[in-house]
Each structure stands twice: as C-alpha cells, then as structure tokens.
Write a protein that binds this ligand. Structure first.
Ligand SMILES: Cc1cc2nc3c(=O)[nH]c(=O)nc-3n(C[C@H](O)[C@H](O)[C@H](O)COP(=O)(O)O)c2cc1C
Length: 304
C-alpha cells in the first residue's frame, strides 16, 4: 500500500462543496458551546434525521456528549465572521452575543436553523458522529454561505443569460457575406435538385456521376468529393447505381457504363438549365463582377 498522504486526502475531500453550519449546545455545567462544522448532512426525511461529526480533540466534546439536544445553524453569506469565530479554539465564542441563559443557545440571522434531539452517537475514527432528530426548524430566504477547497464562497445559479458573450451582438447582420452566400447557395441548390428530380436523377447518382466526370475513379476519392460538397452516400445508394446499370465497381474503382454516360448527359443538361436561369437574372456587369469575386473567394484562377 502506498503511504496515505493526509494532506492530499484533506485536499481531495475539500473538493466537495458544502454549506457551513454552527452547532450549539449547552454542557452539563450550563456553559454554552458552539463549533463551526461542515460535516452536517441530511439523513432521513421520515423520521427527520440529520448528522454531523465532531473531532475528538474538540474542547467542547464533553459538553456535546452530555447534552440531550443541539441546534444546527446554516450560515448565510453575511456570516463568514461567525464561522471563523466558532472555528477558533480557546476563543470566547459567545462574547458580546445575546443568547439565552438556559436551553440550547440560538444564533439569529441564519439561512436555516434546526432544533434537534440527540438520538444516536457513534465513535467513528477520530470523530464522534452525532445523529439528531429535528423537532423544529426555521428557514429564511437569504443565500447560504458555502465552503469549498478551503475557501468561502456563494452559490450562483448557472443561467444561459450569464454567458460571457452577447449573442445578439455576435449574430451576423442581414448584409453579412456569409448570410448572403448561405441564402444564395440554398436557393441554387434547390433549383438543381428540382431539375435532377425532373429527370429522375437521385442525389447519390448526381454526385457520383459528377465525380466521374471530373476524372475521379477511386471510391475514397469520390466519397471525399461528395463530403466536400456536403453530401455523403450510403453503400446501398452506391449499390443501387450498380443495379441500375449506371456504373460498375471493381477493385475499389468505379467505371461509367453506357447507361451512366446517358445519365451524365442528362445531368449536364439539367445543370445547364439552372445556369441559364441564373445568367438570365443578371446584367452583364453583375455577371462579370460575380465571376471575378467568386473565383477569388474560391481561390480559383481568374480565367477559371
Ligand atoms: C468551514 C469549517 C468546517 C469545519 N467543520 C468541522 C466539522 O465538521 N467537525 C469538526 O469537528 N470540526 C470542524 N471544523 C473545525 C472546528 O470548527 C474547530 O476545530 C473547533 O471549533 C475548534 O474549537 P473547539 O476546540 O472549541 O471545538 C470546521 C472548521 C471550519 C472553518
């Protein structure tokens, strides 16, 4: 067994975020006691049980052992000073505080307070575990103080509105080139698809035929061609083209069959229809500017 490093163990435990409580009681001698504790936890709803543990080294141990009741105060975010005070050994923890002279001492202004009857005690390692039955409790709206990794903190709900950037400001405006491209692309693609549909050409066929027409024959190369155009085809679609007698596949290579040549001719004619429509919608000046601009953006030669 590797040596158990106490410091790393404490540090690992400290990653568990907790609230902070002060647990008070009155000793047999009538002296009020209180300790800061984050070992508090709920145990049962019915009956209502809670637990906490106290180090055997606590100077208040005897008082808690003899007491029949204790009060658990869940501290609010403004009560860090009280947490520090009740965590200090030897300090007069109740100095200047207005607490009752009989019964369990109660602190005010906490996020919640549980009045407990001590029902069980267990000796567990270097701590004594106390289980209390809650006989009465109060809670207020205030936010609770937290403790994590040896530091105090406060809870903050994670909400989408708290994102560090302003979505409205980041949104692209109407005239953004990206938006214009996207709209134009979707509209042109829609026309191409409609033309292909009219001649009964499936998209898988059009993309594979298109790749073959570009001189590609290897299947991985054709698939890459399809992916770059935002379209991938399934092995079934690929096989359907073989079944229709458009292409033949052998050793990972695709060849265009006579029927495929015909289909490819129809595909080119469909594309030409769309192109003619587009050109017909533009003035010669717009066309020349658009060709120049799109070739530059697409990183193509100007004489493409
Ligand atoms: C945030 C925090 C949580 C603590 N939790 C516990 C605890 O659960 N059990 C415990 O025995 N001591 C805990 N301590 C330490 C005790 O508060 C401290 O040792 C005790 O108050 C010392 O005084 P005493 O000897 O009069 O008991 C905690 C201290 C802090 C700051």
């Amino acid at each position: 067994m590797p040596e158990f490093d106490q410091r790393s163990f404490r540090s690992a435990l400290g990653r568990f975020a907790t609230g902070v409580t002060i647990i008070t009681a009155r000793g047999a001698d009538g002296r009020p006691v209180g300790v800061t504790a984050n070992s508090f936890n709920s145990v049962s709803l019915d009956p209502p049980l809670v637990l906490w543990s106290l180090a055997r080294t606590s100077s208040s141990l005897e008082a808690y052992e003899s007491a029949e009741a204790f009060a658990i105060h869940i501290l609010g975010i403004e009560q860090e000073h009280l947490s520090n005070r009740f965590a200090t050994k030897g300090a007069d923890k109740f100095e200047g505080m207005d607490v009752d002279h009989a019964g369990v001492p109660l602190l005010d202004g906490c996020a919640a307070r549980f009045h407990c009857r001590k029902v069980q005690r267990h000796e567990v390692g270097d701590h004594i575990l106390f289980i209390g039955e809650v006989v009465e409790f109060e809670a207020c709206d205030g936010a609770p103080l937290l403790y994590v990794q040896g530091k105090y903190g406060e809870a903050r709900r994670r909400e989408a509105a708290e994102l560090s950037y302003d979505l409205d400001a980041a949104r692209l405006g109407k005239g953004a080139i990206l938006n214009l491209f996207s709209h134009a692309y979707v509209r042109i693609l829609g026309r191409v698809r409609a033309e292909f549909e009219a001649i009964g050409l499936q998209q898988a066929a059009s993309i594979i035929l298109g790749a073959l027409a570009e001189g590609m024959t290897a299947l991985p190369e054709i698939r890459q061609f399809a992916i770059e155009r935002d379209y991938d085809f399934s092995p079934q679609e690929q096989q359907a083209l073989v079944g229709e007698g458009l292409i033949a596949i052998e050793g990972g290579r695709v060849a265009l069959l006579p029927k495929g040549h015909e289909a490819y001719g129809a595909l080119l004619a469909a594309l030409k229809t769309v192109e003619d429509h587009l050109v017909g919608e533009c003035t010669p000046g717009e066309l020349s500017e658009a060709r120049h601009f799109l070739a530059r953006i697409g990183n193509l030669d100007s004489d493409f």
